[in-house]
Design a protein around this ligand. Structure first.
Ligand code: NAP
Length: 254
């Protein structure tokens, strides 16, 4: 991508955890970051803290499950910038650890509302602004646990779950598989438009979503999403990239 200075980014679910750190790292690179959060108080507090560090970060009220909220956010961006260069669909919720046969469909539906339909709602609402940029990036924050190849091999790529029990998180794991498929669908539609669409696995990061059991810091977890959000114009699209400690990351199997 060309000069960082005038670029605008939206990060959903950015009031804490990996999203907040993605917002910080993008702002550090000179982007103007709209910090999306569903709760006004938490969102404003996070944006204020990052602004106090000297970054151009603005609170954006955005509940990804609420179409009115998403439309309002898109309207505000249209008014204030008229263009968007980076969208990071980071907002996500976890699901219970239990066998699929004991997981009510309602629980799965609730997780999909945020992790899958939320990302679609936000992407569709902001695509007109992304299309106005000379080049743009969409990053969907997925998980290695959404890898169908890994699931088919009954292998837990995060190493979190005992052998033979993968996938135990029907709602969360399959929501990320669906998000991966959604990523490919958009990447294929948008080929040749200058909009690169990729999925990121941040690694197992200590945040509220896993009771801070993760081994990586949010700084480490933000690395791959930020890398994909700041790809050069000749960078890849339709890629699933994970954290492995190298600057390039590791290409994961869908
Ligand atoms: N941590 C890991 O090990 C790990 C591994 C793989 C993938 N991920 C993914 O990384 C992303 C960030 O997770 P995290 O680990 O940073 O967890 P987190 O600390 O729990 O953060 C999740 C963020 O999503 C927000 N959110 C939830 N529902 C929302 C909605 N309807 N609208 C807008 N924002 C919403 C939360 O806001 P509230 O504060 O209002 O709840 C929070 O800001 C998620 O997509 C997660 O699946 C995490």
């Amino acid at each position: 991508m060309s000069a960082d200075t005038a670029r605008i980014a939206v990060v959903t679910g950015a009031n804490k955890g990996i999203g907040r750190e993605i917002a910080r790292q993008l702002a550090e690179r000179g982007l103007t970051v709209y910090l999306g959060a569903r709760d006004e108080q938490r969102g404003r507090a996070a944006a204020d803290a990052l602004r106090a560090e000297g970054h151009d970060v603005r609170f954006l009220h955005l509940d990804v499950t609420d179409e009115t909220s998403v439309a309002r956010a898109a309207g505000r961006l249209q008014e204030e910038s008229g263009v968007l260069h980076v969208l990071v669909n980071n907002a996500g919720i976890g699901g219970p650890m239990q066998p699929p046969s004991e997981t009510p469909a309602e629980q799965v539906r609730a997780v999909y509302e945020t992790n899958v339909f939320g990302a679609i709602t936000v992407t569709n609402a902001l695509l007109p602004l992304l299309r106005k940029a000379p080049s743009a990036r969409i990053v969907n924050v997925s998980s290695a646990i959404g890898s169908l190849s890994a699931a088919a091999a009954n292998h837990d790529p995060t190493g979190v779950h005992p052998p033979g029990q993968f996938p135990v998180m029907l709602s969360y794991a399959t929501s990320k598989s669906a998000l991966n498929a959604v990523t490919l669908a958009y990447a294929n539609e948008l080929r040749g438009t200058g909009i690169l669409v990729n999925a990121a696995s941040p690694g197992f990061v200590a945040t509220d979503i896993n009771g801070h059991h993760g081994q990586l810091t949010t700084e480490q977890g933000a690395h791959i999403p930020v890398l994909l959000a700041t790809l050069d114009d000749d960078g890849p699209t339709a890629r699933f990239l994970g954290e492995d400690g190298t600057p390039e990351g590791q290409v994961l199997d869908w």
